[in-house]
Design a protein around this ligand. Structure first.
Ligand code: 5GP
Ligand code: MN
Length: 342
């Protein structure tokens, strides 16, 4: 059972009782856990008498567009003034599935300067101290799982209907690699059992997220796999996707999601990395890191690639093109040999 911080729950109850207009914000390029947690929280707050709005820095990939409540989300990149007004009118701001305001770009400045109380609900390591109230637990596999525990502690069990359960399941499923990561516990499955009892259709959710690909996604996957490099003595695999190839295959946002995991399917590989050139910025490369066991992707991404995340999954970025990032990576990696091969 989640180690509930009773004091925090009490403070949250008081804050909620004093607030009507609430804002909920996920990280830029929101994933299933970010969207699932924001929508679940928004639904449950509305059901308990609040006006809540979800403001995303930008739009998520299409495989999340079916989520219950998706059409009510506001996007800061397409309507900044409307979002700013909402934030000015609010008294409480929830930030979900991230722990550093630099993860929401310019929206972060508005949050920082707002007089609203800020509440972080997150499961990434090394949280920054911008929030008035923090629910931060890196032991929990997804923000959705943590949020479920918070909802129960707040006494919202009865408000959790099929739609909210679907949103929570979406986040747990995507952030655990469909229940395969070591972050999955018996409690995770107990929560999922409750969600099933609330009427979710897991098969349908799985199909909407994973089996709704365009041919561009498979072509992008093929391109990344054909660029696979294996560094056997460092138990590492890396791949890359060049801007030209992405354009050739009519790359859509989200097409590259999850590709990095294929590196870990290789025998004896425990660190996998993908370098993806940004199709909107020719001086930027997005990097994803995945590991098995003790090797810390979070530290590696934080120390060298302006990023962070979890022990076994992290992200980062680098200036220049993929070749620049790969050269830097290949220079640094041998320093980690001991950690990689032990
Ligand atoms: P992905 O590689 O799928 O983009 O991200 C893997 C994990 O690392 C996710 O939990 C994501 O939220 C986190 N992450 C990705 N990029 C960054 C970043 O630049 N900074 C931090 N702190 N975390 C990141
Ligand atoms: Mn998450």
């Amino acid at each position: 059972m989640w180690n509930m911080k009773i004091e925090n729950i009490k403070v949250l109850k008081t804050l909620l009782s004093e607030s009507r207009d609430l804002i909920i914000i996920p990280h830029t390029n929101p994933d299933g856990d970010a969207i699932g947690s924001c929508l679940a929280l928004s639904h449950v707050l509305k059901r308990n008498g609040h006006n809540s709005s979800v403001i995303c820095p930008n739009k998520p990939p299409h495989f999340l567009h079916w989520s219950p409540g998706f059409n009510d989300i506001l996007y800061f990149d397409s309507e900044p003034e409307n979002c700013q007004k909402k934030i000015e009118k609010s008294t409480l701001i929830f930030t979900l599935d991230f722990n550093d305001l630099n993860r929401i770009g310019e929206l972060g400045d508005l949050v920082k300067s707002s007089s609203s109380k800020k509440i972080m609900i997150d499961h990434h390591r090394d949280p920054k101290k911008y929030a008035d109230l923090m629910f931060s637990d890196p032991e929990i596999g997804s923000t959705c799982e943590l949020l479920f525990e918070i909802m129960i502690s707040l006494g919202f069990e009865k408000s959790i209907d099929r739609d909210i359960s679907t949103c929570i399941y979406l986040g747990i499923m995507t952030d655990t690699g469909s229940f395969q990561y070591s972050s999955v516990t018996s409690r995770t499955h107990q929560i999922v059992a409750q969600l099933i009892d609330k009427g979710i259709n897991q098969n349908e959710i799985h199909n909407k997220v994973y089996n709704d690909s365009s041919s561009s996604r498979l072509k992008v996957l093929g391109s990344a796999l054909s660029n696979l490099n294996l560094l056997e003595d460092l138990k590492t695999a890396y791949m890359f996707l060049k801007r030209n190839d992405l354009e050739k295959f009519d790359y859509q946002k989200g097409d590259s999601e999850g590709i990095v995991n294929y590196g870990l399917s290789l025998k004896n590989v425990l660190f996998s990395v993908i370098f993806i050139e940004d199709t909107n910025d020719n001086n930027n490369v997005k990097i994803s890191f995945r590991s098995q066991g003790e090797f810390s992707c979070n530290e590696f991404a934080g120390e060298h690639f302006n990023g962070g995340g979890h022990i076994n999954a992290a992200g980062g970025r680098n200036d220049g093109n993929a070749e620049d990032a790969i050269n830097k990576f290949l220079k640094i990696l041998p320093n980690y040999k001991e950690k990689l091969i032990n």
